[in-house]
Ligand binder design. Structure first.
Ligand SMILES: N[C@@H](CCC(=O)N[C@@H](CS)C(=O)NCC(=O)O)C(=O)O
Length: 204
């Protein structure tokens, strides 16, 4: 099994953490999807990472599909409940954390994408996207409350997704002081950072 992606992407990190938690062997092939030298979209018409490549199969994307598949490969460290409200709860946390990343990425691209000149960059658009990031943080904090993990007492995919998203914010938007506004998220993040799966995949 090969995972294709970059070390800075939180979507890729989500998959790497799941692979580590499930103790699954894989080869990590680094690819920067923004690199002009890469053939865009190889194995993914959308030109995005992560992609999971297995012998004799088309590449699998996106991160939500990949982690769901990986969780079925082994009973070790089950991360997604099989059915019902508990499953929907975990998947909702994933949608929230991924949505935070989607909005954060749009804000960052608006500010930095080299294909746009400075007068083409739109401050109102960046603020709109960063408003979504702040709203998502507030909902995460409210949902976590004083629980040990996002969905209660057990570590699940919800914690993987939230931890990856917060780590990415530290990397790309260090000026967002989410720890000050949401100390419960800071506590969760510090606890997650001690897990080998998180420690070995810190974004660069
Ligand atoms: N929904 C996708 C999002 C993946 C994504 O946006 N990846 C970024 C890297 S952080 C990417 O490859 N962007 C390149 C592009 O948009 O052209 C997933 O969960 O896999």
């Amino acid at each position: 099994m090969k995972l294709i992606g970059s070390t800075s992407s939180a979507y890729v990190r989500k998959v790497r953490i799941v692979l580590a938690e499930k103790r699954l062997e894989y080869q990590f092939v680094q690819e920067n999807p923004w690199d002009q030298e890469q053939t865009p979209g190889t194995g993914n018409p959308l030109g995005k990472v992560p992609r999971l490549v297995m012998d004799g199969c088309d590449a699998m994307f996106d991160s939500r599909v990949i982690v769901e598949y990986l969780d079925t490969l082994s009973p070790v460290g089950k991360l997604i409940p099989g059915t019902g409200r508990e499953r929907a709860e975990v998947k909702s946390w994933e949608a929230l954390a991924d949505g935070l990343l989607d909005a954060g990425a749009l804000a960052r691209l608006e500010a930095t994408w080299p294909g746009r000149s400075s007068d083409q960059r739109c401050q109102a658009w960046m603020e709109r996207q960063l408003g979504k990031v702040r709203a998502a943080l507030a909902v995460m904090s409210q949902g976590l409350g004083d629980k040990s993990y996002c969905c209660g007492v057990h570590f699940t995919l919800a914690d993987v997704c939230v931890g990856s998203a917060l780590g990415w914010l530290d990397l790309r938007f260090p000026e967002i002081a989410w720890r000050d506004e949401h100390p419960n998220l800071a506590l969760l993040f510090a606890k997650l950072a001690e897990r080998p799966s998180f420690a070995s995949t810190r974004p660069e």
